[in-house]
Design a protein around this ligand. Sequence first.
Ligand SMILES: [Zn+2]
Length: 354
Amino acid sequence: MEQFTVQIEPLTPLWTGDAERKCSTLRETGIIGSLRWWYEALVRGLGGTACDPTNSKCEGKHHCDACELFGCTGWARKFKLEVEIDDEVEIDDEVKNDDEVKNICEIKIGTREKRKVRDKDKYLLRETKGIMPKSAFLKFFPLREISEDEWNLLNNTLYIISNYGALGASTSQGNGVINIISNCLPHSKPPTTIGQLSKKAQELPQLGDFFFYKFRLEFNKNILELIKKKVFWTHSEKHSGYKENWQSWIDVWDKYKFLPIAFHIRDSIRHLENDKDKRHEIFGEAGRGSTVFVSHGYKISKNTSENTVEVRIYGYDKENIGSKIKDKLNDNIKDKLFSLSKYNSYLNKCYFDM
Ligand SMILES: [Zn+2]
């Protein structure tokens, strides 16, 4: 069978979710679901048709442009996807447990305020979880003819994910930033830029209505040193029973070069919308997903300074939230990033990079 491979490298943990909340592997269905979500949003932005998969009327030959490639009832997906993880971990005496073998990361951060659980107000834990393999291969096997336009759209989808967005699940909480190492999909056209997409607002996500930002956080010390000084905020001082886990911060920075601050970023921007209902609509609440996505801080490339990380923030531009974030992140971030205000000066600057 013909095979086209895309090799990706995670910059923040990848998560495709499963019922047991274990994450030792990348599930094909999780990757396909994420690719499809971006592909649909791109197709809509380009003026094509993409149904709402949760309420689709597409069936058999009567289907939208997205179902044409990804399938629907009575119309099979045009390709099969296999995901292979390149772990490259040397199993020796140093490796003590399974988590290290599988490159699993797990970090817990407390909530800023108490939340109601079964009528009791409690501080809760927010988890960063996922795997950080050295790289992963996404292998596309065409099962039926895929048109040149469809290859181009799929390529564009991957380009947008790797340059502006994220792949997989938990992407509103830091996960899924990837870099494409190599891409062997057949394609011919240069990638679409976000500016080329239409701005016609729709109910369903369409990329022309999105904002896509990257910010750089530049500290005035080596990040490892700051982690060892325990300057970052991890929990409220009233949160009894919280167990410090600085070693996991050290481990993920040392080994994977990301700083687990997605919740800090979320906490810095959430209250930019004052109206509670609108805030829940934009940032999500129990049972409703966020329409704003943020990444952890990740090192831009291997050779860049040990003082600087990049953070992605993107999403539907509802209630002008995009420009509020752009204007205000810099003012708000310090108080959320550090545990004490005397540490605020460790952040040299936070600046908009795209
Ligand atoms: Zn459809």
